[in-house]
Design a protein around this ligand. Structure first.
Ligand code: ZN
Length: 176
């Protein structure tokens, strides 16, 4: 077998730009729009009367405040809501968090906290993790270290809320 490269070389030459791959600038614009949308129309904002775990965080550097409340059905998050005020990144991050959290078990929620924290600190593997969904809109924060705290504020509160749950004895399985 001879290595034969006479016929025009390797077939790697792109014949067109795939439409499915937006440029970095386009992606940044899409992500920016998503963040602003969550900021203007926050999801799951308000009090949660029957919360199983709550925690609050402030970010004095930016003036952000987040209070998070989570209600469980057994070991699964049934509902998550937040109250607070602050910059668009802090509020959008909290809004996205409450949406991403519903349906997760406690260990899954803890894993998501770690994953998201890695994402906004510039972790390349997390940035490529499609399971993070729209949360990836906040990956650009990694380029602005002063804003990382804004993005992680709600997640830090979630971590604390989950820890207060763990301090309790595990819920015994419901029988029927
Ligand atoms: Zn902020």
């Amino acid at each position: 077998m001879s290595e034969d490269a006479r016929d025009g070389g390797p077939a790697a030459a792109p014949r067109g730009v795939p439409r499915a791959a937006p440029s970095e600038a386009q992606l940044a614009a899409i992500y920016q729009e998503l963040i602003l949308d969550h900021y203007r129309r926050p999801r799951n904002k308000g009090a949660l009367a029957d919360a199983d775990a709550t925690a609050a965080r402030t970010n004095p550097l930016c003036g952000d405040e987040i209070a998070l409340a989570v209600a469980f059905d057994g070991d699964v998050v049934r509902e998550a809501r937040f109250t607070g005020r602050g910059c668009s990144i802090s509020q959008a991050s909290a809004s996205m968090l409450t949406g991403a959290l519903v349906g997760l078990t406690r260990p899954e929620a803890e894993a998501l906290v770690r994953r998201f924290t890695a994402l906004v600190h510039g972790d390349a593997e997390a940035a490529a993790d499609a399971s993070l969904g729209e949360l990836r809109a906040l990956q650009g924060v990694s380029r602005f270290p002063a804003r990382i705290r804004c993005a992680t504020l709600a997640w830090s509160a979630l971590g604390e809320a989950l820890q207060t749950l763990q301090a309790r004895p595990a819920a015994s399985g419901s029988s029927g």
